[in-house]
Structure formats: C-alpha cells, structure tokens
Design a protein around this ligand. Structure first.
Ligand code: TYD
Ligand code: MG
Length: 496
C-alpha cells in the first residue's frame, strides 16, 4: 500500500466536487448512504418485535434535503435552510426498499491515495489519505497537531492538490505566522478562521478543496446545537462535516484534543464515526514526537511515525533506532536492546528494568509494556531461569516513549529483568528478540533478516534469537547469531 501511486486525478476535479444535492433524495425511502454515518441502519430485519419497537421509538430530526440528526439544529447544516429540521420517527418503512446485493457484484476499485509527501505521516496513514475518508488526529495541547497538519496539507498542495485548513483556535494572522515559520507559501492552501459549522460547510462547498482539515472539533459551534465541546455537538458537527466530505469524495481531517488521562476529549463515539484515529504524542520537554494509528480502516495500526520538533517545524527522523539508543549507557545492568517490528519497520529499542528489595508489598511500575506481560515474565524468570525478583520492587521502562506490544519483545524484557536482578550487564554489542512461553521456551519470531539488518546498521555484532528463527535467517551460520531454545540458554548467551 505504501507504494500506491500518487493521486492521478486533478485534485478537486468536478467529479468529486463538494456539490452534494444531486445525490440526495427526500427523507422517506432515501438511500443516501451518508445516513449510515449518523445512525445505525433503519433496517430492522432479524430483530425481535420488541427490540424493533424500541428502536423505532427513538426520536430524531430530519430535513427535506435528507439530513438527519438526533439533535435539533436551528439551521440545517447540510442545505443551510432555517427551521427545516422537523421531528420524525425513525421507522422501518423507509428502509424496506433497500435490497441486499451479491458482494461479488459490488464494484470496489481502490481509490488512489493523496500523499502528503511526508513519509512518516503517509506510512502511518497506510499510504496517504483515502478520498472520502475521515481521519481524527488526537494529541495533547501543544504537542504539535496544528504544525503537523499544516505541514501535511502544504505537502499535499505541493503535489498538485488544494486544501482548506479551518481553525477555530487561532486567527488567520496566527495561522499565517506559523505558515511562514514552516516556510509554507502555497497559494492553493486556503485558511479559514471559523467555528460555525454552517459557515465551514458553506466555505468548503464554495472552495471545493481536495482535502479539508478542521482544527479542532472541540471548537465547533452550530445554530441551536448546544455548547461547543459538548459530546452531542462534537458528534453531530463531525458527522455533518464527514457526510459532506464523503459525498464529495474528499478526505477530512479532524483535530481532537486529548484529555490528561489520554482519552480523546469529546464523545468516544467520534472514534467509531471516523475511519482512522491517529495519535500524536511525546514529551513536551523533548522534541521527539511519535505518531501512531490506533485505528485504521485503510491500513495497519502498528506503524509508527517518528518526528522531531525543531525551530522550523517537524522533521522526519530517518533512523529512529539511532535516536532511541542515543542516550543509552553501555555496561549498566538492567538494560537490554531488543529488535522489534513496528508495523513494516524494524526498530531497535532499549528495555530498562530496575529491581530492588521491597519493604512491604512489592511495587510494580511499567512504562511502554503490558504490566501483565511483565508479571508473567517475572514468574518465568523465577521458575525457569533461577532469577527470582518476585519479592522485589520492579520498575520497567522502554526508553524513548515507545510502546512495545510485539511478543518478540519478551526476550528483551527477560534480559533486562535478569540483568538487573543479577547485577550482570548484557554483553556489549548484543541484541535479542523472541517470544517467551510459560515453560521458559523461546519461540520463533518473523522478519529475522530485517531485524538483523537494522542491528548490523547500528553496529551490533551479536544477536540472541530463537533457534527456529536462526534457521530462517538468510545466513543461519553467520558468526554472532546465537540460536537458543529456552530462557536459561538465552540468559547465558546474553549476560556477562
Ligand atoms: P502546535 O502545532 O500549535 O500544537 P497543538 O496544535 O498540538 O496544540 O505546536 C505547539 C508547539 O510547537 C509550541 O510549543 C511551539 C512548538 N513549535 C516548534 O517548536 N517549532 C515550530 O516550527 C512550530 C510551528 C511550533
Ligand atoms: Mg493547535
């Protein structure tokens, strides 16, 4: 997918214009597919009578243009007509004309993706923006969402498209200042400082951009639509923007702020409404920023984009392994380098563990790994490798803010735990990978050669890996490849 050709059509061409009226039909018997965004299908076939009844009883509001909402707006967000939303009962009658079709007869040509030209961003998106898709970009305030968006839109425009950047948070002057700082001077990148949904919809319809971005959903307002930032308004406004974007075949990027607890502010339902959720994270004090997809209907959710925030905006990090290992102190017990696979890319990361005798109930603190996995592997170390830290306080950290979910990271964690508990550092120039089972067995992990190549690139000459994986390597007998079958053998090969 990453090699999908760039958008071949003229971006914003009339075939995907913003004009949606011709596609709409009156509410009764409407087949407008965009309705699916806002409510479950009104098709009650297969339901019990009782549940069907309770469903149909849910009130809603509908406009003659086909727009439907669970909320009453003073003005229809789609057609702009005042007072046109009338209460209606969602009934099964309107859906009776919907006929199922054989799946094999449904044409499904993958649309060309719109690339931003920022490799790290395009890869996390699954190869670029999909026309008509909704992308939610979340992150804490100040992390760099607006910067990433502006740079992404500028990249897209440079490749031949046009884009509309709507900000409800900053004035046009502030946006222009940032654009200058980022050296964005493209004339086809239009900006609008606006919070009113109706005005944004109208502006998008008039300017017919190839991509629309709204920064942020929490600032949107709608006539009669409740307080900005309220869950119902965020959902309804996003649905209205999304419906228009889908009808026009234009990607829509919504920015959403993340709460201190890490959830996307506003309703959780927004995550269901969109096709992809990207989260942008990092320590505000450091320039390092990580972009990952927590949901992606059009790509993998394992991809990781690595950036650095500099004076003139975000820069792609071409060699993240080097960045993650840059501050590593060699020869210290409790540190191990593991070769992981984040999506399609191999990544070397440092797993750190610190064990200390507990005074009272042993404490556990884990950053970057699943705490249950840590508890499990502590028990495996104790029972299968004779390294007992079960009664100790245990602290585990993955350096650089990376979160590891791949089972092949197990051996790195076991090495770090055993190294700290025994006081023996991991041998110089050694990396490892492999899944560890409850019996202490070290299980195979894939993509062996890609992991080994990344290790060699960063000067690591020894690799402790599952014996089954060693046999899969292109050069299984290469010096420095140490295949092991269990954790005891792995630790003997890893620790000094
Ligand atoms: P911003 O994109 O406004 O964050 P968000 O939209 O997520 O709230 O970025 C804010 C921070 O980024 C701010 O602290 C300044 C810093 N920054 C740079 O370091 N370099 C730059 O080129 C830009 C534009 C911002
Ligand atoms: Mg911002």
């Amino acid at each position: 997918m990453g090699d999908a050709p760039r958008a071949g059509r003229a971006l914003g061409a009339p075939c995907h214009g913003w004009s949606i009226e011709p596609r709409l039909k009156p509410v009764s018997g409407s087949r407008d597919s965009t309705r699916n965004l806002r409510r479950p299908p009104a098709d009650n076939q297969g339901m019990t009578k009782a549940s069907a009844k309770s469903k149909t009883a849910a009130p809603g509001y509908a406009c003659a243009c086909g727009y439907r909402s669970s909320q009453r707006f003073g003005r229809c967000p789609r057609c702009g007509e005042w007072g046109s939303l009338q209460p209606h009962e969602a009934g099964p009658g309107g859906a009776s004309t919907v006929e199922p079709r054989p799946l094999c007869e449904v044409g499904a040509e993958p649309a060309p993706r719109l690339r931003t030209g920022i490799g790290e961003l395009d890869r996390v998106l699954g190869g670029g923006l999909v026309p008509g898709s909704l992308v939610l970009l979340g992150g804490e305030p100040g992390i760099g969402k607006s910067t990433l968006l502006l740079q992404g839109l500028a990249g897209l425009v440079r490749r031949g498209g046009s884009a509309l950047y709507v900000s409800g948070e900053e004035s046009l002057e502030q946006i222009a200042l940032r654009a200058r700082r980022l050296r964005v001077h493209e004339a086809r990148l239009l900006a609008l400082a606006e919070t009113r949904l109706e005005a944004i919809l109208a502006a998008a319809e008039r300017s017919r951009p190839a991509v629309v971005a709204v920064d942020s959903v929490q600032t949107l307002q709608a006539d009669g639509g409740g307080a900005p930032g309220s869950p119902a308004l965020v959902r309804e406004a996003s649905a209205a923007l999304g419906a228009q974007a889908k009808a026009a075949g234009v990607p829509l990027v919504l920015v959403g702020h993340v709460t201190k607890e890490g959830g996307l502010a506003g309703p959780k339902t927004l995550e269901h409404l969109v096709d992809a959720v990207l989260t942008f994270e990092g320590e505000p004090s450091s320039g390092r920023r990580l972009l990952r997809a927590t949901k992606n209907r059009f790509g993998s959710t394992n991809e990781l984009g690595v950036f650095e925030m500099r004076g003139a905006g975000l820069c792609e990090v071409e060699n993240p392994s080097a960045l993650f290992l840059a501050e590593r102190a060699a020869g210290v017990a409790g540190s191990a380098v593991v070769a992981c696979l984040e999506g399609s890319r191999p990544l070397l990361v440092e797993v750190q563990a610190l064990t200390a005798p507990a005074s009272g109930v042993p404490r556990r603190a884990v950053v970057g790994l699943d705490p249950y996995r840590v508890a499990l592997l502590l028990a495996v170390c104790a029972r299968r490798a004779g390294v007992d830290a079960l009664g100790h306080d245990v602290f585990v950290n993955v350096a650089g803010g990376v979160r590891l979910s791949e089972p092949a990271a197990d051996l790195g964690l076991v090495a770090a735990l055993a190294s700290s508990a025994s006081g023996r550092p991991v041998r110089q120039g050694t990396i490892c990978f492999g899944e560890v089972g409850l019996g202490g067995e070290v299980r195979a992990a894939g993509a062996v050669d890609r992991r080994l190549a990344e290790a060699a690139k960063l000067g690591f000459s020894r690799c402790v890996l599952p014996e089954a994986s060693r046999r899969q390597a292109r050069r299984p007998d290469a010096p420095g490849l140490l295949g092991v079958r269990d954790v005891r053998a792995a630790l003997a090969a890893l620790l000094e």
